[in-house]
Design a binder for this molecule. Structure first.
Ligand SMILES: NC(=O)c1ccc[n+]([C@@H]2O[C@H](COP(=O)([O-])OP(=O)(O)OC[C@H]3O[C@@H](n4cnc5c(N)ncnc54)[C@H](O)[C@@H]3O)[C@@H](O)[C@H]2O)c1
Length: 357
């Protein structure tokens, strides 16, 4: 089937990787990338998009007029957001709500007009912080681990499933994404839109413009590469906080599978991540960065926790595995992720040195 696909946030890390990957997968698919270039470094993706014959539209999802003139779209992938969990905490909240919630509403309205399927990149940050923090854990040699038996539903040593209770605070970022999920469900039910919600854990890989408040793996690697400074912040300051991570190329493989099977994924909300098998603690990541870059840098220690941080997050993707009948499973481990990202840093050092430090 031939598709015309609109990717909002199409010049961002995930958006540009999906745009180029989808075009490479099926050159008959037309891909349009839409972005306001707000994220520092997104402008570097414009020449990549052009090389792969992806039409770029400079537009802002907050303005519904910016969608005027775009037509014939069958699928929208919404990858435009302010993705920082710290947004709104020490700054006004309305800009975040305008992009992450009003912006989603505009994208949904446009999808509805076009009768296009809508694939949303949500986040594990919709799960409440205090509940995650109250889960029973153990302190292993290099990381924290969740215990198998937990006092609440939807969590085990494998990670968090979609049944995890949703009551409680989750950061302004998480709230705007959860509110978007609710809106998407209404468009599915009341306006007949085909929709898929992917609740992603940490995503990483080449072209992620890692910064202190977002994109930790790239930040960590870039600081090693450019010989900068880092600190283990919070949870005793020893770098045992742990996350699962998904290589963006594994996300691409999943999105291709979803596009090819829209009906079987319709109206589903799915945790998407590397799970326990593809996860890292900061301490372990330091070891990998040293091994891959050959550089050792000073890493400080801050005892106090950072706002809205969590000790541990792992995605339990059992629901997704069941839905796709194991047709998709992540193939790239953390080492490959670090190596691929290192190769990208090396090849683009001059462009990246002012952005990634
Ligand atoms: N990177 C992760 O670890 C991660 C994890 C879970 C979910 N997500 C979600 O995936 C999506 C993509 O994230 P990313 O990591 O690629 O972030 P990113 O910042 O690299 O990309 C987002 C893009 O959206 C653009 N944008 C921001 N505001 C816009 C607006 N008002 N109008 C048009 N474009 C706008 C930015 O310029 C940027 O290019 C986001 O929805 C994010 O919430 C990301």
């Amino acid at each position: 089937m031939s598709y015309r696909i609109l990717i909002t946030g199409g010049a961002g890390f995930v958006g540009s990787t999906l745009a180029i990957g989808l075009k490479k997968f099926n050159p008959s698919w037309e891909v349009v990338a839409f972005d306001n270039l707000r994220r520092r470094g997104s402008e570097l993706n414009l020449s990549r998009l052009k090389t792969h014959e992806i039409n770029f539209i400079h537009g802002d999802i907050r303005n519904s007029e910016d969608f005027e003139g775009i037509d014939g779209i069958n699928i929208i992938i919404d990858a435009s957001a302010d993705p920082s969990v710290l947004s709104g905490i020490d700054s006004p909240v309305t800009p975040l709500v305008q992009t992450n919630l009003l912006g989603t509403a505009n994208c949904l309205e446009f999808a509805s007009q076009q009768k296009a399927a809508f694939i949303f990149l949500s986040t594990s940050r919709i799960y409440p912080i205090k509940s995650l923090e109250s889960a029973l854990f153990t302190e292993a040699k290099t990381r924290f681990e969740w215990l198998d038996n937990q006092p609440m539903r939807g969590i085990s040593s494998k990670g968090v499933s979609e049944d995890f209770p949703l009551e409680g605070s989750r950061s302004f970022y998480g709230t705007t994404k959860l509110a978007s999920e609710l809106l998407i469900t209404e468009y599915n039910e009341l306006k007949g839109l085909k929709t898929i919600i992917n609740r992603c854990g940490v995503l990483s890989g080449p072209w992620q413009m890692g910064k202190v408040d977002q994109g930790v793996l790239v930040l960590w690697l870039a600081r090693h590469y450019f010989k900068g400074k880092l600190s283990y912040i919070g949870y005793g300051g020893t770098g045992k906080q742990t996350r699962d991570v998904l290589h963006v190329d594994d996300l691409l493989d999943l999105i291709i599978h979803q596009i090819q099977n829209l009906d079987s994924y319709n109206n589903l909300t799915l945790n998407v991540g590397g799970g326990r098998d593809i996860s890292f603690s900061l301490q372990e990541l330091t070891g990998l960065c040293q091994e891959v870059t050959g550089n050792k840098i000073e890493i400080g220690s801050v005892i106090e926790n950072r706002s809205a941080d969590v000790r541990l997050y792992l995605s339990d993707c059992s629901k997704l595995q069941k839905v796709c009948n194991e047709a998709w499973t992540p193939k790239r481990d953390v080492k490959q992720l670090v190596v691929d990202t290192f190769e990208w840093l090396k090849a683009n050092e001059n462009q990246l040195k002012n952005i990634l430090n």
